[in-house]
Design a protein around this ligand. Sequence first.
Ligand code: AMP
Length: 283
Amino acid sequence: MMQVLRTVAELRRWSRTLRAAGGNIIGLVPTMGALHEGHASLIRAARAGCAQVAVSLFVNPTQFGPNEDFARYPRSFEADGALAEAAGADVLFAPTVEELYPNGAESTFVDVPILSDRLDGASRPGHFRGVATVVTKLFLAAEPDRAYFGQKDAAQVAVLRRMTADLRLATEIVVCPIVRDADGLALSSRNAYLTPAERTQALVLSRAVRHVESLVAGGERRAPILLASAHGVFAAVPEVRVDYIALLDWATLDPVEIAASGTLFAVAAWAGSTRLIDNAILP
Ligand code: AMP
């Protein structure tokens, strides 16, 4: 039976009791709820790799900009609990904002300034600082051996890998593949905002990703050619507004001139007022 925990003290007691018992690998899957099959894939990976699995469910105010969707972000606690339990969670950690930010949201931050203004951080100032801060709080509370994140948020992965390395944290970051709908659209809690027309237009993101993957498979490595080609795919759907199209080193988020194995190809774009992202790690 999955337990629901509401306080940092309860989560810490759960983790420390397991650790004192010995031999328990503890997995953590941080989420903002509105769970879908992408989240389920992370929970199942954690279930397969760890003795005990905690899923956190927290819409983190500090990673939203002032004009973003914090207030209307989908919240579905009952359905999330059922999905998390079915996917193998032992514990659901669902704190209040006051529990994780006891002195308000502006009191203490963790930041990776060398990466935090890249990609999504460029159009969402403060976003990655909010992510790094809340993930640090979750890591300090749960003290997980492994934490599971989706490649879908590839820049977030780069920020969190750097953060855990710099802070010498004991938690291993495990990255899981992007889960997509049958037509290719990467699953996202924000897909719920899309009108039927926008949902169709949004397929341009995965089309651009597949297009670049196929050019690379055909031997093209030059970034200017690959990026121009991806812009061409987006040009066919003018309703969708591009935020960025980029080829970068996944660790440093520096642009590359020549795509290599492990290079990150990433796109972000608005379909209506909904900002969507997609990417591929090149083979
Ligand atoms: P979120 O609830 O949007 O903060 O996402 C929680 C975790 O689920 C993050 O590590 C995301 O990268 C991951 N995630 C979200 N969508 C997907 C997806 N389509 N495939 C794989 N992982 C995902």
